[in-house]
Structure formats: structure tokens, C-alpha cells
Design a protein around this ligand. Structure first.
Ligand code: PLP
Length: 423
């Protein structure tokens, strides 16, 4: 432990010495933003880096250091930082003007491609964020079923007001939530049995993303599908992060089709975005031509930048073969990292292009198995930054399309170097 403390003190001191401009920017920002921050995920002590510029899969901070960006904006940055196709369609959209206060031409094209690709999507609606998409999916479920209880899982993150990593998160919306252990059939069965009659929705990430990149056991998802059918609850897959796992998301890859799906992050081409959709009989409640329809408003739901960038991204940059290729690159990288980690306390979990490093021993299949190890995480993060790699403080990586085998090789070498020094 002394060795860890010493290594951490050294890494922190080096980080502070190397980043005076980021430190000054943080201190200045703290005058008007609480803690200098408006997106909690981005904060880490002693202060977070402030970026000045980004290109491809590279970020440059205010002090002039350039990093390979392995975080890909927590999956939102799939297309990299300056993709010419995205730039072209966004510029073309700007050329046509914005803030129509009316229908535009791209929203229907975009909706069509989403419904073609995702098995559960018969009809879809757009929102401004993944959080909002999940709020709307839950509201759809409670309205459609006339019930009020929502089953969620430990470790789940469905948005800033739908967070189940910590017990009793104070900002959560006041749905009647019941929580079961992710990937634990017995615990889930017990909760389901207690609430079979009042369950409106089962909301689940087919892989926990923020919760540590823990893939769902396919049998767990199949069980949820069966119990949703038996109880009349709606099965909602939050694919805000995992939709990248194949052309049709993790639902297509695993062959389990939910009633409703939520999307966000990269699906808007890097612009502000969210979507929820699913069975036509449910989504039809939002059809304003029908008597008694339910209104779902939103000033920016069809904003021209997200509609244009999202459509071009899916059709021109991320067709199903590209999704397959990215998935395989991530699988290869995780296998290599776990080979490097053998004999150390490091383990890499995940699936495809999303992975997270954990420190501790034993197999990790549910959030219960996670070891927090904040000192190891901080040391790893600072050591990777010092070697020129940007990733999340919590150890998460989300490969973007501009990341090639070369960057993966360089990262493996950096992790091997870290492992050999921290034994
Ligand atoms: N759902 C999942 C699985 C997420 O990972 C996130 C964000 O990290 C959200 C929902 C919320 O999306 P947003 O940040 O766009 O509100």
C-alpha cells in the first residue's frame, strides 16, 4: 500500500506541474460553475484537463499536450472529432437555415433508417438527450399499461435523474422504482414475483455502461423478456450506449427484442440527441391525428443539426459492416489487455468497443463483484494521461471509428509498461 500511495503522490504532483493552464481554467470556471463543472462525469481531482482542440481521435489540452482519445466522449464521439461527412451535412443544414418551428426534411429519413435497423423499432420519436428518452419511455410505459411500478437494476445509469449506482440518489424522478441485482436471476425473480401485478416497465441496459461495462447474460435478458410477457410489463432496453454493438444494437446481436428502446449519444452524429421508440400499438398514442392522442412536445426534438448529422452518420459512416468491424476491433483489444493483465490485479470487462478496467481479484459478473479501488483507478488514469492516452477516470474506454490498430498497439504497450511498474 505504501508503494501505491507513493506512486499516486508522484503521479499527482507530476499532473499538477504539467498542467498549469488547465488548473487556471478550472479555478476561473469555479467562479460561476459549481466546482467549475456543468457535467459531473467530467470532473476528477485534483482538477480536470481543459481541452483546446480535437481532430480525428486526438485531443489537445490548454497546456499543449496531445492525447489519443480512447474515451470517445463516453460513446457519443463515435465519429471522431472532425469527421468530414458530419461536417459537410451540418454545414449543408446550416446553409438551409435553422429554427424552422416546422417539420424539416431529415427527421422522417432518420426515423426510417432507425426503424429499418433496430428490430424493436416500428415507430420512433426524437428527444434532446438519452435522459429525456428514458423519461419518455417510462412515461409511455406507465401511460400505456395504467400501472406505476418500474423495475430497474443495480449499477444502472439511465440519465441524470435516473441513476441507480448509488442507493437513493436524491435527484431521481419520483417513479415507484423497485431495484433488483443486475444479472442475478434469483434476486430478479423475487422482485418480479412481488410486483407482478403493478409493474409498468422493466428498464435495463443490455450491458451496464457507466456501471462498469458488465454485459448482461443473454439468459438474464431472455428471462426478462419472458417475465415481461407474463406480467404485462413493457421491456425497455436502454441502448443509449450499446446500440453501437451491431447494425441493430445489442438487441439484434443477442436476439432479444424489447417493447421499447431508447437511443442517444453517437446516434445523433455527435450532436445533442435522444430517441425512444418501439411497438406501433404503443407509439401510436403520440399520433396527433388520432382522437385522444397524447402530446409529446419538445422545441428541439427535430433540430436540424442532429437530424442531418444522425442520418448521415448511420447511413454513410456506420452501416452494419462498420459496426461489426468496430465490435471486432474492441473484442481484440480487450483480449490483448486481459492477456497483459494476467498475474496483476487488473481485469478488463466489456463487449465490443466499450471496455472498463477494474482492479481487484475474482470474476466480475454483477455490480456486487466490483471493487471500487479508487486509488488504483486514479493512478491508472494519471499514468495513462502521462503516456498520452485520454480515458475516463473510472477506467472506461469507448473506441471511436478513427482509432486504428496503431493506437490500440500503442495503448497495449502503455498498459504493459504500467503493469510492469506497478506489479
Ligand atoms: N442511458 C445510458 C445507458 C447512458 O449511458 C446515458 C449517459 O451516459 C444516458 C442514458 C443519458 O444520456 P444523456 O447523457 O444524453 O442524457
Amino acid at each position: 500500500m505504501v508503494a501505491l500511495d507513493e506512486a499516486l503522490a508522484k503521479a499527482r504532483a507530476r499532473f499538477v506541474a504539467d498542467n498549469p493552464a488547465s488548473r487556471a481554467a478550472h479555478e476561473q470556471a469555479a467562479a460561476h460553475l459549481p466546482g467549475g463543472n456543468t457535467r459531473t462525469t467530467l470532473f476528477y481531482p485534483p482538477f480536470p484537463l481543459t481541452m483546446a482542440h480535437a481532430e480525428g481521435c486526438r485531443l489537445t489540452d490548454l497546456d499543449g499536450h496531445t492525447y489519443v482519445d480512447l474515451l470517445g466522449d463516453y460513446t457519443a464521439g463515435l465519429y471522431g472529432h472532425d469527421n468530414p461527412v458530419i461536417r459537410k451535412v451540418v454545414e449543408a443544414a446550416l446553409d438551409r437555415g435553422w429554427n424552422y418551428g416546422a417539420h424539416g426534411r431529415d427527421e422522417a429519413l432518420f426515423a426510417a433508417v432507425l426503424c429499418e435497423r433496430f428490430p424493436s423499432l416500428e415507430l420512433v420519436r426524437f428527444t434532446n438527450s438519452g435522459t429525456e428518452a428514458n423519461l419518455l419511455a417510462l412515461a409511455t410505459a406507465t401511460t400505456f399499461t395504467g400501472r406505476d411500478t418500474v423495475l430497474v437494476f443495480t449499477g444502472a445509469y439511465h440519465g441524470s435523474v435516473l441513476s441507480f449506482g448509488d442507493k437513493d440518489f436524491p435527484l431521481n424522478v419520483p417513479h415507484r422504482f423497485v431495484v433488483a441485482e443486475y444479472n442475478d436471476l434469483a434476486d430478479t425473480a423475487a422482485v418480479l414475483d412481488r410486483h407482478a401485478d403493478d409493474l409498468a416497465a422493466i428498464l435495463v441496459e443490455p450491458m451496464l455502461g457507466s456501471g462498469g461495462c458488465l454485459p448482461a447474460d443473454p439468459a438474464f435478458l431472455a428471462y426478462l423478456r419472458r417475465r415481461a410477457d407474463e406480467t404485462g410489463a413493457l421491456l425497455v432496453f436502454d441502448e443509449v450506449m450499446t446500440s453501437r454493438m451491431s447494425g441493430g444494437g445489442l438487441q439484434e446481436l443477442l436476439g432479444v427484442t424489447p417493447d421499447l428502446t431508447t437511443l442517444g449519444k453517437y446516434t445523433g452524429g455527435g450532436m445533442t440527441f435522444g430517441a425512444f421508440g418501439g411497438r406501433a400499438d404503443m407509439m401510436a398514442m403520440y399520433d396527433p391525428r388520432r382522437p385522444g392522442y397524447v402530446a409529446h412536445a419538445g422545441t428541439f426534438n427535430n433540430n436540424v443539426l442532429s437530424m442531418a448529422a444522425g442520418y448521415a452518420g448511420l447511413t454513410e459512416l456506420f452501416p452494419p459492416p462498420a459496426a461489426r468491424e468496430l465490435f471486432e476491433r474492441g473484442e481484440r483489444l480487450r483480449a490483448r489487455l486481459n492477456a497483459i493483465a494476467e498475474g496483476t490485479p487488473m481485469t478488463w470487462t466489456g463487449m465490443g468497443s466499450m471496455l472498463t478496467v477494474h482492479f481487484g481479484t475474482g470474476e466480475i459478473t454483477t455490480p456486487r463483484d466490483l471493487r471500487p479501488a479508487p486509488e488504483y483507478r486514479e493512478l491508472f488514469h494519471l499514468e495513462m494521461l502521462a503516456r498520452g492516452f485520454h480515458l475516463a477516470r473510472r477506467g472506461m474506454i469507448a473506441l471511436s471509428l478513427p482509432v486504428t490498430d496503431r493506437e490500440c498497439d500503442e495503448f497495449c504497450a502503455a498498459v504493459a509498461d504500467f503493469a510492469s511498474h506497478s506489479g
